[in-house]
Design a protein around this ligand. Structure first.
Ligand code: 6PG
Length: 480
């Protein structure tokens, strides 16, 4: 008897996925380039039905046909190399699944190349980190429908469940799954940045201790902001550095790193012409944070309003008002900005679905993000219900539900941003969210002047408000 499924690559995600599959009764064959990881996994596996192999050929040929293999390797060149190493042993009808954070254009290319050889390819977005992979991730499959059908029972078995419903749905051909995962990560960046900015505001406007901030986030997690990221924020704030006894978070260098999926989302938004300002700003904010040395120099030269390294915590002369009102303002500000960030992400998905011909199922996407993944949040349940109406697949902010919520919360976002602007606290994502909202609901924007300028210097023509057509003015002939 061969194995039901193979897992190639036993890093954190691959190993945990193999355990998850075996937990659900599948016989799993595993392979890793360096055999130490395979041996370590076999020692750890206990009674689980996992078989280790040390060469690719035996690994592949011991799989039941059609052979199904999860590739859990680094995105990029490594994935292509693994495909090449597997191909000599695969037959027509076999299924390859790429569970990495692949760039969707690569997935499109691989799907085409493999289909020519009769291999069905699935680009599978997996979210939920180590725990998700082990006990239930959110799964975003795209690519060959035959590949999906062949592994659907396995994916459903291992996926996270939201009220018993598995967090997996077929999302479309080619790179659709990895595209959706990419946007998931873009939203993840925005959500994290917005939370960080509100933490920044809370901390410096109230001079609050980490423990009291933790209880604010704990409270918020009970209501409409309820989400995994808020939950872990509260947990992080409670952890003390074993060496100093101080909150560990205060000992962590403020230099954020990134692996590139947020950047791809922003690049893609530019490509499609979709305003994705909150997510893009979150990517920039990480880049600005990474300029630590420059920031330290600039802090000297430009005398920041707050936060010089090593200085005592600043306290603002002006109190933001009664404490509980202010905390509630920040909660609502965060909620407003979060709605806007998610709405931008879904707007990008909608456009991408049209441009790439995927017909992305927006309601299903919201549904499979409700559990298992990093951005799981109560808000996604509402988004799922909104998009469940086939007659409404439009911009989320135009729905009565979200229009009403924003009407209530935007004044608070405005107040929070105003406070930051006055005090010199950098709040780029919150400010972008507000500006996007104000731009979207502006029936008139100053783009008339942009058009006039373009026509002035480059005869690029403009449209008129009073009649159709394309017009040009010889601006130089006009002298006031
Ligand atoms: C997930 C995450 C994961 C991602 C990390 C790190 O959904 O489980 O999105 O796929 O790799 O969040 O991303 P950065 O290093 O870019 O922050």
């Amino acid at each position: 008897m061969g194995s039901d499924i193979g897992v190639y690559g036993l890093g954190v995600m691959g190993k945990n996925l193999a355990f998850n599959l075996a937990d659900h009764g599948f016989t799993v064959a595993v392979y890793n380039r360096s055999k130490e990881k395979t041996e370590a996994l076999l020692e750890e596996k206990g009674a689980l039905s996992i078989r280790g192999y040390t060469d690719v050929e035996t690994f592949v040929t011991h799989l039941n046909p059609p052979r199904r293999i999860f590739m859990m390797v680094q995105a990029g060149r490594a994935t292509d190399d693994v495909i090449q190493s597997l191909l000599p042993y695969l037959s027509s009808g076999d299924v390859l699944i790429d569970g990495g954070n692949a760039y969707f254009h690569d997935t499109e290319r691989r799907a085409k190349e493999l289909e020519l050889r009769g291999i069905h390819f699935l680009g599978l977005g997996i979210s939920g980190g180590e725990t998700g992979a082990r006990f239930g991730p959110s799964l975003m499959p795209g690519g060959s429908l035959r590949a999906y059908t062949s592994v659907a029972p396995m994916l459903e078995a291992i996926a996270a469940k939201y009220e018993d419903k598995p967090c997996v749905a077929y999302l479309g051909e080619g790179g659709a799954g990895h595209y959706v995962k990419m946007v998931h990560n873009g939203i993840e960046y925005a959500d994290m940045q917005l939370i960080a900015e509100v933490y920044h505001l809370l901390k410096h406007s109230l001079n609050a201790s980490s423990d009291s901030l933790a209880s604010i986030f704990d409270d918020w997690n009970q209501g409409e902001l309820s989400s995994y990221l808020i939950e872990i924020t509260a947990r992080i704030l409670k952890v003390k550095d074993p060496e100093s006894g101080e909150p560990l978070v205060d000992r962590i260098l403020d230099r954020a790193q990134q692996k590139g999926t947020g950047k791809w989302t922003a690049q893609e938004a530019l490509e499609l012409g979709v305003p994705l300002s909150v997510i893009t700003e979150a990517v920039y904010a990480r880049a600005l944070s990474a300029m630590k040395e420059d920031r330290l120099r600039a802090a000297d030269i430009l005398a920041p309003a707050v936060l010089v390294e090593g200085s005592p915590e600043p306290s603002f002369a002006e109190e933001p008002g009664p404490k509980t009102d202010w905390i509630e303002t920040l909660r609502k500000a965060l909620y407003a900005a979060k709605i806007i960030a998610y709405a931008q992400g879904f707007a990008q998905l909608k456009t991408a679905g049209e441009v790439y011909g995927w017909q992305l199922p927006l309601s299903d996407i919201a549904s499979i993000w409700r559990a298992g993944c990093i951005i799981r949040a109560r808000l996604l349940n509402d988004i799922m219900h909104v998009y469940a109406d086939p007659a409404f697949q439009d911009h989320l902010l135009l729905t009565p539900l979200f229009a009403k919520r924003l009407k209530e919360t935007i004044p608070h976002l405005r107040r929070a941003v105003r406070y930051g602007v006055e005090k010199g606290l950098s709040l780029p994502a919150l400010a972008q969210a507000l500006s996007y909202y104000d731009g979207l609901r502006s029936a008139y924007l100053p783009a008339n002047l942009i058009q006039a300028q373009r026509d002035f210097f480059g005869a690029h023509t403009y449209e008129r408000t009073d009649r159709p057509g394309s017009f040009h003015t010889d601006w130089e002939t006009f002298h006031p």
